[in-house]
Write a protein that binds this ligand. Structure first.
Ligand SMILES: Nc1nc2c(ncn2[C@@H]2O[C@H](COP(=O)(O)OP(=O)(O)OP(=O)(O)O)[C@@H](O)[C@H]2O)c(=O)[nH]1
Ligand SMILES: Nc1ncnc2c1ncn2[C@@H]1O[C@H](COP(=O)(O)OP(=O)(O)O)[C@@H](O)[C@H]1O
Length: 419
């Protein structure tokens, strides 16, 4: 048994568990076996479960962050292929309220029949024997009582479970720092250095990174640095190109073209690797900005706002109110990342945005597809954009014609004397 597993087991009775059940998150915790009462909340959670179904939970207990993230990332496919087709599984996690980096991820399984339950149990016992970094539990309902018992297979212990109130902040915020959002060049680079042996493309990306010394803050730029942000198809590419022409500016984008060969590869990886990749893209772009800003104004298509907003809005998978509160340190700008003169956030009515996306005819990223399917995710991204602290961020209604939007932004640039 790994040290990490032992550490998790030693905290077991203090942990809170959350299950995303049919779009709703239900929280429960361990209660003294003697007096633990199921309570209506737990019954409601388990009550949503088909009568007679057997329930199990899997939590990934690997200690090393990248290994744990990749194991959990692949576990979803393993469950999809190995479980009997009648079985359902949903995201689950466990955490110690208020304790940073205490979050572990997993899945909550439901086997509707005795056959599928027997198959599921065989599979889980096999995985435990393989010494996979897993904590496995089954859930038993004591007949004619509101009591549910959690049986922890790793130690053969039983615990009563009771409802738990939702934590003050979404559990994902406990592990965001330098796992989903990277607040320094070194933190992001460390992740790619650690995975270079398992992902060869990481070595190619590392070769393109600026040296440490180059990350030092530079003198005030001679020309304005203007970032365009916004969801896909809000008109960033169109506007950045017309701004470049109107201002005789240099146009850059993040991630920079030099990372294009490896982008799709990192988009397939779990958040810790993907977000580190995008964060490093911003630092490479920052170097390019420094080299240009003594010659011309610089326009950038996406920068830190996109990186942080998509990372936070993905990790915190509840309604917008679950996002970290405005002013949270989680929205801070990395102290070693160049700050632009101004950020323009293009906003657009969802229907108009969809129309433009269709007209453009380009494929959309998986994340953009998610944005369309999942309005709540889109609203989280849009709100996270606005909460990012650091440079001045001005929302611009991008619904008028391309020419009118250009005129509006040029007036704003001149009015703020960025030129
Ligand atoms: N550029 C960028 N994109 C990110 C980042 N994090 C996630 N993404 C995803 O990548 C998509 C943007 O892809 P890009 O190629 O930069 O932009 P695009 O496809 O040209 O779309 P637009 O820039 O909106 O025209 C976003 O819509 C997100 O789904 C990030 O840090 N930077
Ligand atoms: N202000 C605008 N009004 C109408 N259509 C626009 C406007 N800006 C861009 N478009 C069109 O909408 C689509 C998406 O624009 P694009 O610049 O690629 O957005 P983004 O870079 O934000 O994804 C393109 O077909 C573009 O021609």
């Amino acid at each position: 048994m790994s040290r990490r597993t032992m550490a998790l087991l030693s905290q077991w009775t203090s942990r809170v568990f959350s299950v995303d059940m049919d779009g709703e998150t239900v929280y429960f915790k361990i209660h003294d076996t003697q007096t633990g009462k199921g309570g209506k909340e737990v019954l409601r959670m388990f009550g949503n479960i088909q009568k007679g179904a057997s329930c199990y939970s899997l939590l990934v207990s690997s200690g090393e962050k990248i290994h744990s993230a990749r194991f959990h990332w692949k576990l979803k496919d393993k469950l999809s292929t190995a479980l009997p087709p009648q079985c359902r599984f949903s995201p689950m996690c466990s955490f110690l309220p208020g304790v940073r980096d205490s979050l572990v991820h997993g899945y909550f399984l439901q086997a509707p029949s005795s056959d599928s339950s027997a198959t599921t149990e065989r599979l889980l016992r096999q995985w435990l024997r393989l010494d996979d970094p897993l904590l496995v539990c089954s859930y038993l309902h004591e007949e004619n009582t509101p009591r549910w018992i959690q049986h922890l297979w790793n130690t053969e212990q039983n615990h009563g479970i009771v409802p738990s109130e939702a934590p003050e902040s979404h559990p994902a915020t406990l592990n965001l720092i330098n796992s989903d959002v990277f607040y320094s060049f070194q933190a992001a680079r460390d992740v790619l250095q650690k995975c270079a042996d398992i992902i060869p493309e990481a070595a190619s990306v590392l070769e393109l990174l600026p040296c440490d010394g180059d990350m030092e803050a530079r003198s005030k730029p001679d020309f304005p640095i203007i970032v365009l942000e916004g969801l896909d198809a809000t008109g960033k590419t169109t506007l950045t190109e017309s701004l470049r022409d109107a201002l005789g500016a240099t146009l850059l984008r993040s991630p920079p073209p030099c990372l294009s060969p490896w982008r799709a590869r990192f988009d397939q990886e779990p958040p810790i690797l993907r977000r580190a990749f995008y964060a490093l893209g911003n630092y490479i772009t920052a170097q390019q900005i420094y080299s240009q800003t003594s010659k011309t104004p610089v326009i950038i298509d996406r920068f830190w706002h996109s990186t942080a907003a998509y990372a936070i809005a993905t990790a915190v998978n509840g309604p917008v109110c679950d996002l970290p509160a405005e002013g949270s340190e989680l929205y801070r700008w990395p102290s070693d990342l160049l700050q632009p003169s101004v950020v323009f956030l293009l906003t657009l009515d969802p229907e108009e945005r969809k129309r433009r996306l269709k007209d453009r005819g380009q494929g959309e990223t998986k994340e953009e597809h998610e944005l369309d399917l999942n309005q709540v995710f889109r609203l989280r991204v849009e709100e996270a954009y606005k909460r990012i602290s650091g440079p001045t961020c001005i929302s611009v209604d991008a619904s008028s014609s391309a020419e009118q939007v250009l005129r509006q932004v040029l007036l704003l640039i001149k009015a703020k004397r960025y030129l």
